[in-house]
Design a protein around this ligand. Structure first.
Ligand SMILES: Nc1ncnc2c1ncn2[C@@H]1O[C@H](COP(=O)(O)OP(=O)(O)OP(=O)(O)O)[C@@H](O)[C@H]1O
Length: 248
C-alpha cells in the first residue's frame, strides 16, 4: 500500500523526525526519520531511518483521526496527531487513544500540515493557501449536571472529556446545570445556529429536559434536528446503555 499503490492523489509530502509527546518533554527522541504523505483519505507514514523494517510503515486512515495540533513556540515545530484505532475486546469493538508527534523542518511546514489535516477532517478543500486559514472549529454546547449519578460528572469532564474535545480541535462552552429545568429553559431560548451539537454529560433526566426544550421552541421542527449526544454520567444511563448495546 505504500507509496506506489496509493490510489488517491498526494496533497502533501514531507520529511519529519519523530518527536516525543510535547507534554512529556520538549526533548526529542534520537534521530528517526519519516516520510509523511497526506492524501484525501489517509496519512501514510514511512520510516526512513533507522533502516526500514518491521513496523516501518503506518497507514493511518483519516476516519480514525480526531484531530491534530502544532504546539506554539517555544515548543519545537511538531505535528501532533491524535487518533483512535479500533481494537478488539471480547464483545464488540473498543478504541484506544494513540498520539504521535513528528518534528517538521520548520514551523510553517508543521502549521501547513496541521491546517491541511484539519481541513480534511472538516471536509474543507485543501488549497495552496491552506496554512494561513484554519477551518472554523466545530462548536459544542456541553450541559453537565454536577449532581447526576455519583456526582462525578465534572470530574469526568476535566479528566477525560475536555482533553479529548480539545485534541479534536473542537471549541466548546460548558454549562453546569444549577437546578431542575435549567437545561430545558436554556435550550428553549438559545440561538441554536451557534452550535453544531449539544452534548449531555449526565443521565437520562437531563436528556429529557433538552428534548423537551427543543420541542417547546417556536422553531421546533428545525431545532429537533440539532445533533444531540449523551456521555453517560447518570445513575441508570438507560438510553446510553441501549444505544451501546444496539451498536454492538
Ligand atoms: N444542579 C441541579 N440540582 C438538582 N437537580 C438538577 C440539577 N441539574 C439537573 N437537575 C435535575 O436532576 C435530574 C436527574 O438528573 P440525571 O437524569 O441527569 O441524572 P441521574 O438521575 O443520576 O441519571 P439517570 O436518569 O440516568 O438515572 C434531571 O432531571 C434534572 O432536572
Amino acid at each position: 500500500m505504500f507509496p506506489s499503490k496509493l490510489n488517491s492523489s498526494t496533497l502533501l509530502h514531507g520529511q519529519f523526525a519523530r518527536g516525543l509527546s510535547p507534554a512529556a518533554s520538549p526533548t526529542l527522541a534520537p534521530a528517526s526519520n519519516y516520510a509523511l504523505t497526506l492524501t484525501h483519505t489517509h496519512i501514510h507514514i514511512q520510516r526512513l531511518s533507522p533502516r526500514p523494517g518491521k513496523e516501518a510503515r503506518l497507514l493511518l486512515p483519516l476516519s480514525e483521526l480526531v484531530g491534530c495540533s502544532c504546539p506554539r513556540a517555544p515548543a519545537p515545530p511538531l505535528l501532533v496527531l491524535y487518533w483512535y484505532p479500533p481494537g478488539k475486546r471480547r464483545k464488540g469493538v473498543s478504541r484506544r487513544r494513540q498520539v504521535r508527534a513528528y518534528l517538521a523542518e520548520s514551523r510553517p511546514e508543521a502549521e501547513r500540515w496541521s491546517a491541511a489535516v484539519q481541513c480534511l477532517l472538516r471536509d474543507v478543500t485543501v488549497t495552496a493557501d491552506t496554512g494561513d486559514l484554519l477551518p472554523r472549529p466545530r462548536r459544542l454546547l456541553l450541559l453537565v449536571n454536577p449532581f447526576s449519578g455519583r456526582g462525578q460528572a465534572m470530574q469526568w469532564c476535566q479528566t477525560h472529556i475536555l482533553p479529548m474535545i480539545r485534541e479534536a480541535n473542537i471549541s466548546y462552552n460548558l454549562i453546569q446545570t444549577e437546578r431542575q429545568n435549567h437545561a430545558r429553559e436554556l435550550i428553549r431560548e438559545i440561538p441554536l445556529q451557534e452550535w453544531d451539537g449539544i452534548i449531555i454529560v449526565s443521565g437520562d433526566g437531563l436528556l429529557h429536559e433538552v428534548i423537551n426544550g427543543l420541542m417547546e421552541r417556536a422553531d421546533w421542527e428545525q431545532a429537533i434536528k440539532t445533533p444531540v449526544g449523551i456521555l453517560p454520567c447518570g445513575s441508570g444511563n438507560a438510553l446510553a446503555g441501549s444505544i451501546n448495546h444496539n451498536a454492538g
